[in-house]
Design a protein around this ligand. Sequence first.
Ligand code: G3I
Length: 302
Amino acid sequence: ETTLGAAAAQSGRYFGTAIASGRLGDSAYTSIASREFNSVTAENEMKIDATEPQRGQFNFTAADRVYNWAVQNGKQVRGHTLAWHSQQPGWMQGLSGSNLRQAMIGHINGVMAHYKGKIRQWDVVNEAFEDGSSGARRDSNLQRTGNDWIEVAFRTARAADPAAKLCYNDYNVEDWNWAKTQAMYRMVRDFKQRGVPIDCVGFQSHFNNGSPYNSNFRTTLQSFAALGVDVAITELDIQGASPTTYAAVTNDCLAVPRCLGITVWGVRDSDSWRREHTPLLFNDNGSKKPAYTAVLNALNGG
Ligand code: G3I
């Protein structure tokens, strides 16, 4: 196959990208995105600040722009993200306790109702663990509502849209030896044991010189899959875009039957949140980089 999406589809997987609504008027951007990818994640438009700028007043203008572009171009959509400490609107930042807990539930219900039956996977909770060696939950206003906030979010999400796969998504959880990875593993194991509705784990995979790719990523994916959840690579970018590393990540997903697919976090380097790292598959001119060819070859089986 000659595109990433078609090549991934040979094994029943998808190959996606983050899409920014503000770039949909750029035909160089949309021509690459529509040609190469078959899954879309809104880079910012489905986040809490964008979708519920005032409490109880939902705004899906930008989110729908991305969603409609995706569907009109035949792509599936990953939802990102419903409960997160970051990119909260001002009104939510100031809440605490049961008031915040109710606001979180109301937000999940409001957004999932709008997209009911339309989103393949939702990142229900994003980035709830602390970096470093503690293995603790990250301190946040949501965490301070009680340690059960994550399972409440998942139970709410399951009721709101039973057709969506419900994912927990985080970064620096790719290396099996990291404390954060192990903490996330214990949470997912506990959720599966207690029947908390979780279907998938998203590994953001923002690899850089400080948090580099390690070949034990495959062990991580396999270990989570063995708990009975799907896994997905949800925000892939690699500082310097080493073709070898991109191929290794691709092969790690291909090696794990429950790895649903790969999403890269942007189209061209110039579209990246860390463009100075030139971490993506297309350069600023929209040309395919060596990493592109490495990924495509891996998806094509060699
Ligand atoms: O929309 C405003 C615009 O009106 C304003 O003029 C401009 C001035 O700086 O800012 C714009 O908002 C920015 C927004 O991206 C849209 O470009 C925010 O400042 C900026 O903080 C925001 O950054 C996003 C970041 O999440 C925020 O947390 C990045 O685009 C986005 O790629 C990044 O994505 C996250 C994932 O959601 C979760 N995992 C990590 C990943 C990378 O940080």
